[in-house]
Design a protein around this ligand. Structure first.
Ligand code: FES
Length: 384
């Protein structure tokens, strides 16, 4: 152990890290995401969570019966996909790493709110939202920043996590002496755009030199049901905004298109779908593509299986695509960690709170959870 004298002799930054690791955190950064099963054994419970979450997906009837039935029926197929990518999702590993790097930079750059500590709060697997917040309270933090790890906001994903937090505190009550604030979306963050632009440039260079200019950049994001879009969900426009920021950063170097993946079930979803777009372009004689996971900040099943295996390997082979590569997700890219740091730093500097956009419901929202949850955030986040 260091003595107090020894600590005083350390450089300021080292002394601060020493303080951070030794004292209880002052500011908790709670990183929200959907999560993914860490082993294929957890696949059924994960699917069950999704299929019975009425914020995420609404069946026209009998959701409490239909949801578990669909989860059970889909489990073997989804389990096999996780087996093919190594047995589980790496989303927890990446979220933890991003959180730790973020807090390290925050400790250096924002000493007034240090020490900072990251917490991962997943919606459908452990660490669940309530587990994460129980740990936050146990640590005795003075301030909580809820930081959505979906850069583009959708009521089905980010909204579902925020509603889960509200329901947790409705049960246990929110402590009067803790300040809560919310970062709900950051689709137009310049460093996020620079991160994707850098990853795209590097991947373009991996294509044969004479093919680099003709490659179509397909920005692929998780689709949502058209019913959700027509309710007024802002996700499609926010994903489009990120795409424009990235292409501007790249000086519109290549042709590009926004496409949508991962449709489930028979109801209509937002298109064009990624696989159909590839087929359509091949019919037009195009043979070179770059897939960009524009709404995912870390690797998981949609990138490692759907993009890498189903599109880049199986489908590309089937339809005669000559050259196709997939751009990695931001993961621990230094620019991305700077982006996360800048977002939280500006949020803390501006006093936190909650955005007007977040508090305003979709024009056709009839979900009572949204009504109650937004009212609760307005009360808690705006109190002094
Ligand atoms: Fe968008 Fe309720 S569905 S606010």
């Amino acid at each position: 152990m260091f003595s107090i004298k020894q600590v005083m002799r350390l450089k300021p930054f080292m002394a601060l890290r020493f303080a951070s690791s030794q004292s209880s955190p002052k500011t908790g950064i709670v990183m929200l995401n959907m999560g993914g099963p860490q082993s294929s054994e957890n696949v059924h419970d994960y699917l069950l969570g999704i299929m019975t979450d009425k914020d995420m997906i609404q069946f026209p009837f009998f959701q409490n019966k239909l949801g578990p039935w669909i989860a059970k029926r889909r489990t073997p197929e989804v389990k096999q996909k996780y087996d093919e990518i190594g047995g589980g999702s790496p989303i927890f590993k990446w979220t933890e790493k991003q959180g730790q790097l973020l807090c390290k930079q925050l400790d250096e750059q924002c000493p007034e709110s240090a020490p900072h500590k990251n917490y991962t709060a997943f919606r459908y697997v452990t660490p669940f939202t309530d587990e994460a917040f129980n740990e936050v309270l146990k640590d005795g933090v003075k301030r909580i920043v809820v930081f959505s790890q979906y850069p583009q906001y959708s009521c089905a994903t980010s909204g579902s996590s925020f509603n889960a937090i509200y329901r947790h505190f409705r049960k246990i009550g929110f402590p009067k002496d803790i300040k809560l604030s919310v970062i709900d979306r950051w689709s137009t963050n310049p460093l996020l755009a620079k991160t994707f632009a850098d990853l795209i440039r590097k991947e373009l260079k991996q294509l044969p030199e004479d093919k680099q200019k003709e490659a179509i950049i397909l920005f692929s994001a998780h689709s949502i049901p058209l019913k959700t879009v027509n309710r007024g969900d802002s996700y499609p426009s926010e994903v489009g905004a990120t795409v424009q920021m990235v292409m501007q950063e790249l000086n519109y170097c290549n042709p590009y298109q926004l496409v949508w993946q991962s449709k489930v079930g028979p109801l209509p979803w937002l298109g064009p779908f990624t696989d159909d777009a590839l087929k359509g372009y091949v019919k037009q004689g195009k043979k070179t593509f770059l897939l960009v996971p524009i709404a995912f900040v870390n690797e998981h099943i949609e990138t490692l299986h759907e993009m890498d295996i189903e599109y880049c390997k199986d489908l590309a082979g089937e339809i005669g695509v000559k050259h196709i590569r997939r751009v990695p997700t931001p993961n621990d890219h230094p620019l991305f960690i700077d982006a996360l740091t800048g977002i939280v730093k500006d949020h803390l500097k501006n006093g936190g709170g909650v955005s007007h956009k977040f508090l305003n419901r979709c024009p056709h929202c009839t979900n009572v959870n949204c009504y109650n949850s937004k009212k609760w955030y307005a009360d808690i986040c705006n109190r002094t």
